[in-house]
Design a protein around this ligand. Structure first.
Ligand code: HEC
Length: 396
């Protein structure tokens, strides 16, 4: 792949994805907050169920919620949907550019499963769209009417998917696919249920026909789901910065616990909007997060016995030359790279020493580097690097 083209596409799509995501999540947090904070209109007005006064940016805002069409529906009605669609489209294209086009580097980990390029992409897509099918099936089954039971089943389904994905894909490739399953379900909720049902409701209201209450109830079910899936999916989107989580032997469990923490914290805020202050939900969130840090500290990747005696720098240099410099060099020889990844190069002894703490993080404490362990770096070599760093990363 042409490195420059891929990098610029990556940058543009990621920027767009972030901006659209902020707009979508921002609007949806705002509407959840607004809906939960409405008070009975004073004085009562026909058709108005609730209202809210707010001040922002130097002006007063007066929102009113109508349950039936107001007497005069303005010609321009804003629909919130392109924020969600743009988030999904840009995210999916970014997934294609980075993980599918670049599957040999970013998605396939031959130590886990020796997929061909095509197989890896198909399996990835099968997880995303299979996940959506399972989600839709669960929502439409009787379970969909029991929010808590549904939540538990969907959570366990995603955890099982995370377990399977971390067994077959690179660490970050596995996480991004869990995120893609959740994000796809969230956007499908908007595209397949919330917006079409809203169209039917508006049409019925304008025609002064009775509105089928099931339409609104279905939309409500899906927006509640989206509300609780938001914090976990946001964590997953930044997770590739934390190989301490993604590269952990129990990564699927850490992900489940961090997600549960996010759900608990979200629940605290949902209740708070209604004036119900339940600090225990914040506490559970904090404890789950603390549990993650404990598990990550206690359970470590298997480290080979550290070689006795001091490690000579030449040994370190040989390991880095064999496993890192084809990418991490000002002039990489790896076909996928034309510049050092993240600007990090190990071409000189001083650079190797300078980056020692990050090498520790990526190649000793976790197995996140070399990427996909393309070069089959051994645990012994990792332990050797670790011993040199532990002794102060000294240069001759
Ligand atoms: C196939 C190419 C490739 C190989 C081989 C490789 N890396 Fe990387 N490395 C990358 C890419 C791409 C990134 C940026 C993505 C990321 O941060 O995960 C990266 C990021 C890093 C970072 C994080 C830099 C930062 O921003 O802090 C460190 C540290 C690192 N690599 C160390 C190593 C070490 C040590 C080795 C050898 C044992 C190695 N890498 C081998 C491609 C490679």
């Amino acid at each position: 792949m042409d490195y420059d083209l891929a990098t610029w596409l990556n940058l543009a799509l990621r920027w767009l994805h972030l901006i659209a995501g902020v707009a979508w999540i921002g609007a949806s947090f705002y509407f959840v907050w607004l809906d939960n904070n409405l008070t009975a209109p004073d004085p009562p007005r026909e058709g108005v169920k609730g209202e809210l006064w707010a001040v922002h940016g130097g002006g007063f805002y007066h929102s009113q919620k109508y349950l039936v069409a107001p007497p005069h529906l303005p010609s321009h009605l804003h629909w919130f949907k392109w924020e969600a669609y743009t988030t999904w489209l840009s995210g999916f294209l970014l997934l294609c550019v980075l993980y599918y086009w670049g599957a040999p580097v970013y998605l396939i980990d031959r130590a886990k499963m020796a997929f061909t390029h095509g197989q890896a992409v198909l399996v990835g897509l099968a997880f995303i769209f299979g996940g959506l099918a399972v989600y839709e099936g669960l929502c439409r089954s009787p379970l969909g009417q029991r929010p808590r039971a549904f939540g538990v089943v969907w959570f366990l389904t995603l955890t099982a998917a995370a377990y399977a994905l971390t067994r077959i894909f690179s660490d970050r490739g596995a996480f991004i696919h869990v995120g893609a399953i959740i994000g796809t379900a969230m956007v499908a909720n908007v595209f397949l249920v919330i917006i079409p049902n809203q169209r039917k409701i508006v049409a019925a209201m304008l025609a002064r026909r009775p509105v089928d209450p099931r339409l609104g109830a279905m939309g409500k079910q899906r927006s509640v789901h989206n509300n609780y899936m938001t914090l976990p999916v946001l964590f997953i989107m930044i997770s590739n910065h934390y190989p301490i989580v993604t590269g952990h032997p129990l990564a699927w469990l850490l992900l489940a616990l961090i997600s549960a923490a996010g759900i608990s914290i979200r629940h605290f805020f949902n209740l708070k909007h209604f004036g119900i202050i339940r600090h225990d939900f914040l506490f559970y969130g904090a404890m789950l997060f603390f549990g993650v840090t404990v598990i990550a500290t206690v359970v470590k990747p298997k480290a080979a016995a550290i070689s006795a005696g001091p490690v000579a720098f030449t040994t370190v240099q040989t390991i880095v030359r064999t496993h890192c410099v084809m990418c991490h060099s000002p002039t990489p020889t790896h076909p996928g790279f034309a510049a050092p990844p993240n600007g990090v190069a190990f071409d000189t002894p001083a650079h190797i020493a300078q980056y020692a703490p990050r090498i520790q993080e990526r190649s000793v404490a976790s197995h996140s580097m070399p990427l996909g362990n393309e070069t089959n770096m051994t645990d012994q070599e990792r332990a050797t690097l670790g011993a040199w760093i532990k002794a102060g990363a000294k240069l001759p």
